[in-house]
Design a protein around this ligand. Structure first.
Ligand code: SF4
Length: 280
């Protein structure tokens, strides 16, 4: 049994949130640079150039990557041989969000009630998912996810007879409808299977995968590559202004489902791809 203080988790989450709001990870910068080199459309190339320039300014001048500093999504994989000490974990995480956003003047974007819409003032609460795993480690993924790209995410309950072709058509129709709204270039998470609520979780969690990592099943790995090509062939391009690079990656996650169901979800992440990973 390993003991971990939730105060340590709070410190790491706060530190990571500050970092990802001002600094893209190296892998993502390389992907953006590669797209910039290969984009042929003038406006699309200009958008990619501006995004790279924006990333440099954010890092050097400590200005947030985007004015929309996102809603904080946290995925905690808690080893079942870990005993947590101190305040409850969800409290520690929200305290970290509060500290990171208030101390660094990051825009608070959360309203405490979806109808009366009074801002909570500190970007809390985060959306926190817990998963028990084996071992004595805590792994935390953090996504500061912009409102524009979240707003355009979709869940579809397809009929099983629609099969994989139906899934591909669904993803393409969602992308066509989205157009420039999710601030492209985007990264797409696609969930297939599970049920109505779980498929959305799958799609969004797929966004957390590393660059270059494909679905372990070659069938779905091929679907990812096919979707990247077919989406980019639509010519929507960076910023939706035309070009080859609307989507930078498609990441599929799958799960068993009911014989009567074929749930599909599409999660967009905008160009402000603010993602962090903590291992304790
Ligand atoms: S969707 Fe993303 S890029 Fe667009 S405004 Fe929001 S955070 Fe910024």
């Amino acid at each position: 049994m390993r003991y971990i203080e939730t105060e340590l988790i709070k410190e790491k989450v706060q530190e990571t949130l500050v970092k990802i709001n001002f600094e893209f990870d190296e892998g993502y910068i390389k992907v953006l640079e590669n797209a910039f080199m290969r984009e042929e459309a003038a406006l699309g190339k200009e958008v990619l150039k501006d995004l790279l320039e924006n990333a440099k300014i954010a890092l050097n001048e400590k200005i947030p990557i985007c004015q929309d500093t996102g809603m904080v999504n946290v995925y905690i994989e808690l080893g079942q041989d870990v005993t947590l000490k101190g305040r409850p974990l969800h409290e520690a995480v929200n305290e970290a969000v509060k500290g990171a956003y208030k101390e660094n003047y990051l825009r608070p974007s959360i309203v405490e009630d979806p109808i009366s819409r009074k801002n909570t003032g500190d970007n809390t609460p985060a959306i926190i998912h817990f998963e028990l795993v084996s071992g004595e480690k805590v792994t935390i993924f953090i996504l500061a996810k912009g409102g524009g790209s979240e707003q355009i995410c979709h869940v579809g309950m397809l009929s099983p007879h629609q099969g994989i072709e139906g899934v591909k058509e669904f993803v393409l129709s969602v992308v066509k409808e989205a157009g420039p709204n999710p601030c492209p270039p985007v990264i797409l998470g696609v969930g297939i299977g599970g049920n109505f609520d779980y498929v959305a979780y799958l799609a969004k969690k797929a966004l957390l995968r590393s660059w270059g990592e494909r679905h372990p099943d070659p069938f779905y790995a091929d679907i990812e590559l096919e979707l990247i090509s077919r989406i980019n062939e639509l010519g929507l391009g960076p910023g939706g202004l035309g070009g080859k690079f609307y989507v930078l990656d498609v990441r599929v996650a799958t799960y068993p489902t009911h014989i009567a169901q074929l749930p599909v979800a599409v999660a967009f992440n905008c160009n402000a791809f603010r993602i962090g990973k903590i291992e304790i």
